[in-house]
Ligand binder design. Structure first.
Ligand code: CTP
Length: 439
C-alpha cells in the first residue's frame, strides 16, 4: 500500500522553507527565538526526527518538537526558557538534554526537547547508551529508522524563522513515498530492542512495510529474545504510546504479523471483533461517549481470558486507573448479558454504577447490542440526582444511619424512573414510602 496522499508525495520535494511554513505560528515563534539564541552561542540548531517526517507527509504534528544542537544544548534550553517564559524541565546534564514546555493557545502545552547532537554507544544489548558529542550527521546515524533520520537546519533572519539545509542521508523521504520502514544499521535492534515496538507503531500509522533487511533483523532480535533484556517499565511506555494512536488495533495486527505480541502481551491477538470495537470508538459521532488511551486499552483487552489479564497486571507497573479497569473487565462482560432493553432506568443504573466511567465506555463500544442503554447511562442517568439530599431527609426527620442511605438510594431510583421529579413530589414520596410505612 502506498501510504501517502499524492499531495504529500509532492511535499517530499518541497524546499525546507516551505516545510517550516507548515508549522503553527506559535511553534515558529519559539523556534525563531531558539535559532537566534543558538546563533549568539555559535551553535547550530536542527529540527530533527518525527516532526520533520510529519511535516513531509502532512501528518498531524505531535506535542513534542525535537531539536538537536551542535553546541551546548543545556545552555540553549535555559536561555530559551528564560526568553520565552517557558518552563525548563527534565534537565539531564549527563545526556546533554533538557526540555522547555511552552503554553500555546487553548491552554495546551508543547514540549521542545533539546539534545546535544551525539553518538551513542551501547555496551550490552538493551542497556542505556553512553553518549559523546558529535556532528549532526553522526547524530542522524544513531537513530532508529530512515524516515526518522531527517533534519532541517533552523536559522533566524530579522527575528523570523528561516530554514537552512535539509539532511536526509538515508533516503527517508524516498522510503516515505514507497512505504518502506528501514533500520539504519545491523546492530540497531540489539542496541535498543524497544525500536521494534516503535517500528510497529510507526508502520501501522504510516502504512509502512519493513524492507527485507529490517524484517530479517526483527526476526533475529526476536530469536535472540532481546526484548527480555529491556525493563517491563520501558516496554509499558511503548505500549502506552500505541494507545495514543486512534487505531491501536492496527498496531496490534502488525505486531501479531511480526511475531511481537506474544513477547509483550501473551494471549492477546488481533481479531475482527477487536478491530470492530476500536473502529466504533474511532468513528463515534461528536455527541457519543468519548474515550482516550485508557478506553482503547480496555477495548483491546476486553475479551482476553482472565489468566492472561492477570499476567499483564502482574508483569507491568500499570497506572492505578488501568489496573482498576483490568480488574473490572470480567464483571463488565458478565453484566452485558443482563442489560435488556425492557429494563427500567433504575435497574440499568444499579447494574452499571459499580463500574468506572471508563469501564462503561468500554462496554458501550464493545457491545453494540446494548449501546443504547450504556449510552443513556453515560449521558444522562449517571449524573441524575434525586431532588432531595441527605440533609433534606434529616430535616424531614430521618436520622443518620442505614435507613437514610437506603432512602436516598430508593429516592434516586424513583427519580431515574420518572416517578419523582420535584422536591414536593420527593417529600411526598418519602412520607408515603418511608415515614408512614413500616420502618
Ligand atoms: N529515536 C531513536 N530511537 C529511539 C527513540 C527515538 O532513534 N529508541 C529518535 C528518532 O529519530 C525519533 C526521535 O528520536 O524520530 C524522537 O523520538 P520520539 O519523540 O520518541 O518519536 P517521534 O519520531 O517524534 O515519533 P512520534 O510521532 O511517535 O512521537
Amino acid at each position: 500500500m502506498l501510504p501517502l496522499k499524492a499531495a504529500a508525495v509532492k511535499n517530499m520535494h518541497a524546499p525546507p522553507e516551505a516545510l517550516l511554513a507548515r508549522l503553527p505560528a506559535e511553534y515558529r515563534t519559539v523556534l525563531a527565538q531558539a535559532a537566534s539564541l543558538a546563533a549568539s552561542q555559535a551553535a547550530r540548531l536542527w529540527l530533527v526526527g518525527g516532526v520533520v517526517r510529519d511535516l513531509l507527509c502532512e501528518a498531524p504534528l505531535g506535542r513534542d518538537v525535537d531539536l538537536a544542537v551542535e553546541g551546548d544544548a543545556l545552555a540553549l534550553a535555559r536561555d530559551l526558557a528564560t526568553r520565552i517564559g517557558g518552563r525548563l524541565r527534565a534537565v539531564h546534564a549527563a545526556f546533554g538534554t533538557a526540555s522547555v514546555d511552552v503554553q500555546v493557545a487553548g491552554g495546551s502545552t508543547v514540549t521542545f526537547d533539546l539534545a546535544g547532537s551525539r553518538v551513542e554507544r551501547y555496551r550490552s544489548p538493551g542497556a542505556l547508551p553512553e553518549v559523546a558529542p558529535a556532528p549532526i550527521e553522526d547524530d542522524l546515524y544513531r537513530r532508529d529508522f530512515s524516515v526518522n533520520a531527517l533534519a532541517i537546519e533552523l536559522r533566524a533572519m530579522n527575528g523570523q524563522l528561516s530554514a537552512g539545509q535539509l539532511l536526509d542521508p538515508f533516503g527517508g523521504r524516498g522510503d516515505l513515498v514507497t512505504g518502506r520502514l528501514r533500520l539504519l544499521h545491523e546492530e540497531s535492534l540489539r542496541d535498543d530492542p524497544t525500536r521494534m515496538l516503535r517500528g510497529v507503531r510507526l508502520a501501522a500509522r504510516l502504512g509502512l512495510q519493513p524492507d527485507p533487511a529490517t524484517a530479517a533483523q526483527i526476526q533475529r532480535a526476536l530469536e535472540a529474545s532481546y526484548l527480555s533484556l529491556v525493563s517491563d517499565e520501558r516496554i509499558l511506555t511503548e505500549l502506552c504510546l500505541s494507545l495514543e494512536e486512534p487505531r491501536p488495533d492496527e498496531t496490534l495486527r502488525l505486531a501479531d504479523a511480526w511475531g511481537l505480541t506474544p513477547r509483550v502481551l501473551p494471549g492477546l491477538a488481533w481479531s475482527e471483533a477487536l478491530a470492530d470495537r476500536c473502529a466504533r470508538l474511532a468513528q463515534a459521532p461528536g455527541d457519543a461517549p468519548t474515550g482516550g488511551p485508557l478506553v482503547r486499552a480496555g477495548l483491546l483487552l476486553y475479551d482476553l481470558d482472565a489468566a492472561a489479564q492477570a499476567a499483564i497486571a502482574a508483569r507491568y507497573p500499570l497506572p492505578a486507573e488501568a489496573a482498576d479497569l483490568l480488574r473490572q473487565l470480567p464483571g463488565l462482560r458478565a453484566v452485558a448479558s443482563l442489560l435488556t432493553p425492557d429494563l427500567p432506568n433504575s435497574a440499568v443504573d444499579r447494574l452499571l454504577r459499580p463500574f468506572s466511567v471508563a469501564a462503561v465506555t468500554v462496554l458501550h463500544y464493545a457491545e453494540p447490542a446494548t449501546a443504547a442503554l450504556t449510552g443513556r447511562y453515560l449521558r444522562e442517568l449517571r449524573a441524575m440526582r434525586a431532588p432531595l439530599n441527605g440533609n433534606d431527609l434529616q430535616r424531614l426527620g430521618i436520622a443518620p444511619g442505614p435507613l437514610l442511605g437506603q432512602t436516598l438510594e430508593a429516592l434516586r431510583a424513583a427519580t431515574l424512573d420518572g416517578r419523582v421529579s420535584t422536591r414536593e413530589q420527593a417529600e411526598a414520596w418519602v412520607r408515603q414510602h418511608v415515614m408512614d410505612g413500616p420502618r
